[in-house]
Ligand binder design. Structure first.
Ligand SMILES: NC(=O)c1ccc[n+]([C@@H]2O[C@H](COP(=O)([O-])OP(=O)(O)OC[C@H]3O[C@@H](n4cnc5c(N)ncnc54)[C@H](O)[C@@H]3O)[C@@H](O)[C@H]2O)c1
Length: 155
């Protein structure tokens, strides 16, 4: 069962407003953030780490002129540092996969392995020109079912 869900973000709050409870034996969520090295995704991922969640970033580190690769690598190192600085205190964790979200087999394998509670899908070719280039289209198909646990997708 897939639930579409809208999060509330403003200057002072970032809340996953949900009746979803962590799995038995856990006090945090497993959250996949696609495009987690980009502008929006990296800030989202950092905030989730500071909230103590288990954050899994999937990003192909696509090198485009809108957001340079160097910036994405800096964002990734900031996430690694945030994890290092806070995991003992709040139990957060951080994993990174350099993969393309349109690769169905690899993405399915990651989802089976990581068993996310929530997906925050921010991978994109941002900008008007790249987004209308047919060669850069992202076709995303996600079918995930496991147990009775709800999977939520933030779009
Ligand atoms: N930046 C803004 O001000 C803004 C405002 C409103 C909405 N948005 C939306 O938020 C989303 C993210 O925007 P952004 O500014 O963070 O873009 P961004 O380019 O900074 O980040 C996108 C990330 O997705 C990754 N990516 C691209 N294609 C991928 C693929 N096939 N597989 C895996 N990763 C891939 C890129 O490497 C990049 O790190 C977009 O949908 C954008 O339209 C952005």
């Amino acid at each position: 069962m897939i639930y579409y869900y809208i999060s509330k973000i403003n200057k002072n709050t970032f809340s996953v407003q949900s009746t979803l409870k962590p799995r038995p034996g856990r006090n945090n969520f497993t959250i996949i953030v696609t495009g987690g090295c980009g502008f929006i995704g990296s800030h989202t991922s950092q905030r989730l780490l500071l909230m103590g969640h288990r954050v899994i970033v999937i990003d192909n580190l696509y090198h485009d002129s809108v957001y340079p690769l160097e910036w994405k690598l800096i964002n990734k190192s900031i996430l690694e540092k945030t994890f290092m600085d806070h995991h003992q205190q709040n139990g957060c964790s951080f994993s990174f996969y350099q993969e393309d979200v349109s690769n169905e087999k690899i993405i399915t394998d990651i989802f089976k392995r990581e068993q996310p509670d929530i997906v925050c899908h921010l991978a994109a070719r941002a900008g008007v020109r790249p987004s209308i280039d047919v060669s850069t289209s992202i076709h995303l198909h996600m079918y995930f079912f496991y147990g009775s646990h709800e999977l939520q997708i933030l779009l």
